[in-house]
Structures are given as structure tokens and as C-alpha cells.
Design a protein around this ligand. Structure first.
Ligand code: BV8
Ligand code: ZN
Length: 245
């Protein structure tokens, strides 16, 4: 049973610049819990309780432990068919850009060549005092927040609630959407801002925007098409149906 409408395939045939906007749902099939799903990461606490600078300063060991718990899951996970299909789109279209809210490094692991990580990368860290970087270090400490040589606390290089996104990353992401002729939104509940503004930029510009999700989201009603299903099933099918068309 085809997942793509004839109209979608027609527009894809003319597309040259495709942007994928992805959220934690695209990594669910890699075994990484989403944020708001039933088994969600936030299930026992509200995001602000852990993913904020105040929470970190109030209880650095607890926040550090939560990130170490998530790193362990991520280090034991692999990109899934959805990540790989996004990379495969690069063989058939001049420009394929990934704008992700995820911090799990899986688009990079799948080999995508142009990625904007709006919320940072959980494998990167820095000292809050001297800003010394500790990227991709294998920290052995599990329950205790490590300290920098200067004595400052080391934090994950992710964007916490209440923190600004990196200006250059966000404006590059905005420009990519602005110049796109086809936008695919997948695996996001579209609740977190300013990331959730990006699909709306495309829609306001009349760029063809497709949402792939296992359930409808806050923005589904604004999309040109909504395809219900898992990203790991739908994105490969989309590419296959395009190539067979
Ligand atoms: C900002 C990194 C300016 C950390 C994350 C009050 C005070 C301060 C700010 C605010 C406030 N009220 C609102 C705000 C703005 C706030 C915000 O949007 N809050 C929300 C909760 C309303 N935003 C911010 O604070 C941002 N900064 O605004 O700066 C500013 C500055 C100062 C003061 C005010 C404003 C920063 C936001 C970034 C937060 N950091 N992550 C970490 O990861 O630990 S966000 C975190 O949650 C994730 O990164 C991710 O982006 C987000 C979760 O969203 P999703 O990815 O969509 O995941 P979710 O679980 O929600 O949904 C999964 C979806 O997948 C579902 O739809 C599900 O159906 C679907 N799915 C599941 N399985 C599959 C699937 N789909 C397809 N296939 C499947 N197999
Ligand atoms: Zn330091």
C-alpha cells in the first residue's frame, strides 16, 4: 500500500532542496525513549526539573546522572532505517539538510552530510567556569558531576529550557527551511519552541510540507500532508516509491 500520494511524488520529482525537521520520535526505533511518549524520558519529572541550568546548579550530580543514563542508552544504540533513508535521499537530490532537535548524534552516525543540531549534542561537554571543552570524553563518573582542572563543574553541551539556541545554528536552520522546496517533519510533537517555528516558516511560505508521525501533533492540521506511521517505515517507503515512480 503506497504511503505517498501522487501529488507528493509529483512535487518530489521537481524538488531540489529537501529539509528534514526531526525530533526524538525518529530515534524511538533505535531504542531511545522520546520525551513525552508513554515511556518518555520526562515521565517521572517535568523537563524544567532536569533540563535547565537552575536544576543543574541546584543539584549537579542528579542532572549529570540523568545525562550519563541517557548517554549509556545512546552509546548502545544505532541509527535506524529512518536515519539511513534520510542519508540515502542525498544520492537522489542536490541538497538534503537535516535540522534536528535531537542531541543523540544518530543522524551523524547514519552519515548525513549536512546537519544542524538545534539543541546541541549530548556527547559534547564544557566547563561552566572556563568553558574548556570535554567533547566525546568517556566520563566514568556516573552519579557525580565531574570537575574541570580549574575546579568548575562540567556540563553537557545541550540547550536547556530557558537557554537560547546557538544563533548561527538557528539562523542556518531557518535559512535552510526558507530556501527549501520540500520539507519533511518527523518524530516531533512540535511543542518545543523555537524549533516548532521552523515548520511554520515553510507552511507560511507555501513550501510543500509533509508530517510523518505515529500520531497527530499540534501542527498536523497546517501540513500539506500527514502520513501516519513510524519514521523507520515511512521514510524508506517514500524514497522507494519516488524511485519507482
Ligand atoms: C528558548 C536538549 C529563549 C536538552 C531540549 C518558560 C520559561 C522559559 C522558556 C519557556 C517557557 N515557556 C516556554 C518556553 C520556551 C521553551 C519551550 O518551548 N518550552 C516548551 C516545553 C513549551 N523553549 C526553550 O526554553 C528554548 N529556549 O526559548 O530561549 C528564552 C530564553 C530565556 C527565557 C525564555 C525564552 C530551549 C528549548 C530546548 C530545550 N532542550 N533538549 C536535552 O535533550 O536534555 S528540548 C527536548 O524536548 C528535546 O531536545 C526535544 O527537542 C524536545 C522534545 O520534543 P520532541 O523531539 O518533539 O519529542 P517528544 O517526545 O515531545 O515527541 C516525540 C514525537 O515523536 C511525538 O509526536 C511522537 O508521536 C513521535 N513518535 C514517537 N515514535 C515515533 C514517532 N514519530 C515517528 N516515528 C516513530 N517511531
Ligand atoms: Zn574549567
Amino acid at each position: 500500500m503506497a504511503v505517498a500520494s501522487p501529488k507528493l511524488i509529483e512535487i518530489l520529482k521537481r524538488a531540489r532542496k529537501i529539509v528534514f525537521l526531526t525530533g526524538s520520535g525518529i530515534s524511538a526505533e533505535s531504542g531511545i525513549p522520546t520525551f513525552r511518549g508513554a515511556e518518555g524520558l520526562w515521565k517521572n519529572f517535568k523537563p524544567e526539573e532536569l533540563a535547565s541550568f537552575n536544576a543543574f546548579i541546584k543539584n549537579p550530580d542528579r542532572v549529570w546522572e540523568w545525562y550519563q543514563f541517557r548517554r549509556d542508552i545512546i552509546l548502545n544504540s544505532k541509527p535506524n532505517a529512518g536515519h539511513f533513508a534520510i542519508k540515502d535521499f542525498e544520492k537522489h537530490f542536490p541538497s538534503v539538510i537535516v535540522v534536528t532537535q535531537n542531541v543523540d548524534n544518530l543522524h551523524r552516525a547514519a552519515g548525513s552530510s549536512e546537519i544542524y543540531e538545534l539543541h546541541g549534542n549530548i556527547m559534547k561537554n564544557y566547563c561552566i567556569r572556563c568553558k574548556k571543552r570535554y567533547d566525546f570524553e568517556k566520563f566514568t563518573l556516573k552519579e557525580e558531576c565531574p570537575k574541570c582542572d580549574c575546579g568548575g563543574l562540567i556540563r553537557p553541551d545541550v540547550v536547556w529550557f530557558g537557554e537560547n539556541l546557538n544563533d548561527s545554528v538557528y539562523s542556518a536552520a531557518e535559512n535552510s527551511v526558507d530556501e527549501a522546496d520540500f520539507v519533511i517533519v518527523s518524530g516531533s510533537s512540535n511543542i518545543v519552541y523555537p524549533a516548532a517555528l521552523l515548520p511554520q516558516i515553510a507552511i507560511r511560505k507555501g513550501i510543500f510540507t509533509v508530517e510523518i508521525n505515529i500520531e497527530r501533533t499540534e501542527l498536523s492540521h497546517m501540513m500539506d500532508e500527514f502520513i501516519a506511521g513510524k519514521s523507520g517505515d515511512i521514510i524508506p517507503s517514500l524514497l522507494r516509491e519516488y524511485l519507482e515512480s
